[in-house]
Design a binder for this molecule. Structure first.
Ligand code: NAP
Ligand code: GLV
Length: 344
């Protein structure tokens, strides 16, 4: 085996993390500030033992088949729906991700979208910029009336790390909080402020619904025409998880007719959002370009964790945060605590 493993990194990252990676490996970094084409990804990853990728890089079985030396994949994201985990596991390749370090930052954005949608902040901003706030209309009793957040009911889909962080914020805003979760988990850290309910009950009662489940076959299209139709009339939807969880056409129709009052969306079925999307024409939608974890400090922590994951795996140790820990299960070396993924 080479002393210094070859690593391919699909985007140059700010901060010191890549320099640390370069101390331990021969690092090839895609230099452009744009997503690299799939064919280029395949050719650059072919000689690599390690891959540090973004959530916009599709790492599927075909790509893995073209990367015979690959021993570790590390993604600068907590979500790993862009990676074929089963294929990586079958190959014995651990997949690293970045849970925890982005939780609060992403919850902040979910709450920002909730508040912006409730209080129509983008419409208010446009009103001022576009010169509609005129002297004869200096204070209007019914200008841009929105929804109260305080006292409203929030329904959280998925009580994982970010769902819980949103629940804590909601309690601070005086909201009643309902949650639906596949796995009931202890709620002590939420100080008794969250009621676990079934999905139909949550949809029927929540004034706001915030989506925090991972994208998986079971959650794809979870909010389709039927479940969106089961939401409380006039409710507001926030999605900072993944676009594929919501049927965008059904959502746009519900927003167009006023069946739902508004939505705040950071993620979309196709990213970037297509210029033909009906969502773009709706004033009651607040849109952001997948920036949930986008604070300087959090992106720095994500880069550090992504590099930690890669370096650990390339040195034969367990990743700090591994999305497919089963890759280690049958291959732990008890005498050292080191892990040797399945050989190819
Ligand atoms: P997490 O702690 O792992 O929580 C994931 C949640 O999804 C858990 O409640 C989990 O339920 C649920 N879930 C997973 N698979 C499921 C399935 N098949 N059916 C039903 N529920 C399922 O992750 P997190 O850190 O909170 O992140 C959640 C998601 O947010 C990520 O997966 C990612 O897609 C998204 N995200 C987006 C941004 C952004 O920039 N907009 C930033 C960070 C994260 P269990 O507890 O039962 O496993
Ligand atoms: C962002 O979407 C992430 O999964 O980290």
């Amino acid at each position: 085996m080479r002393q210094r493993p070859r690593v391919f990194v699909t985007r140059s990252l700010a901060g010191p993390a890549l320099a640390r990676l370069a101390e331990h490996g021969d690092v090839d970094v895609w230099p452009e500030p744009t997503a690299l084409p799939p064919a280029v990804l395949a050719s650059r990853v072919a000689p690599a033992e390690g891959l540090l990728c973004l959530l916009s890089d599709r790492v599927d079985a075909a790509l893995l088949a073209r990367a015979p030396h690959l021993r570790a994949i590390s993604s600068l994201s907590v979500g790993v729906d862009h990676i074929d985990l089963a294929a990586a596991t079958a190959r014995g390749v651990p997949v690293g991700h970045t849970p925890g370090v982005l939780t609060e930052t992403t919850a902040d954005l979910a709450f920002a979208l909730l508040l912006a949608a409730a209080r129509r902040v983008p419409e208010a901003d446009r009103c001022v910029r576009d010169g509609h706030w005129r002297p004869e209309r200096v204070w209007e009793p019914d200008l841009l009336l929105g929804r109260d957040v305080s006292g409203a009911t929030l329904g959280i889909l998925g009580l994982g790390a970010i769902g819980r962080a949103v629940a804590r914020r909601a309690r601070g805003f005086g909201m009643r909080v309902l949650a639906w979760s596949r796995t009931p988990r202890p709620l002590e850290d939420l100080a008794g402020g969250v009621e676990l309910v079934a999905l139909p009950e949550l949809l029927a009662q929540a004034d706001f619904v915030s989506v925090h489940v991972a994208l998986a076959p079971e959650t794809r299209g979870l909010l389709d025409a039927e479940t969106l139709g089961a939401m409380k009339p006039g409710a507001i939807l926030v999605n900072t998880a993944r676009g594929g969880i919501v049927d965008e056409a059904a959502l746009a129709e519900a927003l167009r007719t006023g069946r739902l009052a508004a939505a705040g969306l950071d993620v979309f079925a196709h990213e970037p959002l297509e210029r033909t999307s009906p969502l773009l024409a709706l004033p009651n939608v607040v849109l952001s370009p997948h920036i949930g974890s986008a604070s300087r400090a959090t992106r720095t922590r994500m880069a550090e964790l992504a590099v930690d994951n890669l370096l650990a795996a390339l040195a034969g140790r367990r990743m700090v945060a591994c999305a497919n820990p089963e890759v280690y299960d049958a291959h732990e070396r008890p005498e050292t605590g080191h892990s040797r993924p399945v050989s190819r």
